[in-house]
Design a binder for this molecule. Structure first.
Ligand SMILES: O=c1[nH]cnc2c1ncn2[C@@H]1O[C@H](CO)[C@@H](O)[C@H]1O
Length: 320
């Protein structure tokens, strides 16, 4: 693939921002093989190596998401049927330690988003509790992931409203495979500030225009969107082209790099080569990610200033 200038530049300069990547979808295949019996050491290793792999892609800041319940072994209704003594809280503690050591060793900033899972509404109140409990240890937000074909359970709504009350930032997987109305519900009922994917939002003009006017951020994952069948295989019809033309607030992300076998650089390459995004659009998506990340104001400003320096921009230029 021909590399875009901004991509080649960013790789060396530690100047990318990624908002949508599943930690449990980013495990090195060689590590999965070795750690087939999961335990806390395995979780620590996955978190630590995630920092190294992200740093090697020129990433300055990344928000990694996962479900504490799906990685635990004490959850009775977990789909994995493996029982042990690792609680969801121990999972978050261990991920925090692994990321924190990785941040130091690889000179990168990494924060966590804890996922609620649609078919398991019973877990959601504990996810909010864990977000609150680990706020000072790197947890910056809450997500709702999983199959969006069923109506959102009231317990998820309760959890997200509680998260909003506590000042926990919110993103929701919506309109990935499901209809535009799911994105609307994510914003109005779950109080989401960001939408995971959101491709089908373009199919309802009123909803699309409303979310655009509200400056809702869309976490776009190009290669994942084709791999999951969420969009057609014709790149020229990809909804992100509309997003770019409308200067919508969106970013490029990897989603599940172990599964998709992609890097953030690949996503920028696809944007450049297949969707014909200009260098300016690619830079803008990266700045969109920074201005829509879940860091507190002062740390966000620091990140934006770092990016401006890397891109050689003098004045405030988050809207390139
Ligand atoms: O593209 C996606 N859409 C919806 N859910 C997803 C996607 N990728 C992964 N997960 C779900 O999120 C959980 C926490 O990281 C994963 O375990 C998986 O069940």
């Amino acid at each position: 693939m021909i590399r875009s200038g901004i991509n080649g530049f960013a790789k060396q300069a530690r100047s990318r921002v990624e908002l949508h990547v599943h930690l449990d979808g980013a495990v090195r295949p060689s590590t999965i093989w070795e750690l087939a019996q999961g335990d806390l050491q395995a979780i620590y290793r996955v978190a630590y190596e995630f920092c190294e792999d992200s740093a090697n892609q020129g990433i300055a800041y990344v928000e990694a998401r996962y479900s504490p319940h799906l990685l635990a072994t004490t959850v009775p209704d977990s789909p994995w049927k493996v029982m042990g003594d690792v609680t969801p809280k121990m999972v978050v503690e261990t991920v925090s330690k692994g990321l924190s050591q990785g941040e130091k060793d690889f000179n990168i900033k990494v924060r966590q988003i804890l996922c609620c899972i649609r078919p398991f509404p019973d877990w959601s109140s504990e996810v909010v509790y864990l977000c609150q409990e680990f706020r000072s240890k790197g947890v910056v937000g809450i997500d709702l992931a999983g199959d969006e074909s069923q109506p959102t359970h009231p317990d998820h709504k309760k959890a997200f409203q509680e998260a909003a009350r506590l000042g926990i930032s919110r993103t929701v997987h919506a309109a990935e495979a499901g209809p535009a109305s799911n994105a609307k519900a994510a914003v109005y009922e779950l109080l989401a500030q960001r939408i995971g994917h959101g491709y089908h939002t373009v199919e309802d003009e009123a909803i699309y225009q409303d979310l655009r006017a509200r400056d809702i951020h869309f976490e776009v994952c190009l290669l994942s969107s084709q791999a999951t069948g969420a969009v057609t295989l014709d790149w020229s019809k990809h909804p992100a082209i509309r997003f770019a033309n409308d200067d919508l607030n969106f970013s490029l992300n990897t989603d599940d790099p172990t599964v998709i076998q992609n890097t953030l650089g690949d996503e920028y390459d696809v944007g450049f080569n297949k969707l014909h995004f200009s260098e300016r659009v690619l830079a803008r998506t990266n700045f969109n990610a920074a201005r829509s990340c879940f860091l507190p104001r002062d740390e966000k400003d620091e990140l934006l200033n770092h990016l401006k320096e890397q891109y050689g921009l003098q004045e405030c230029c988050t809207r390139l």
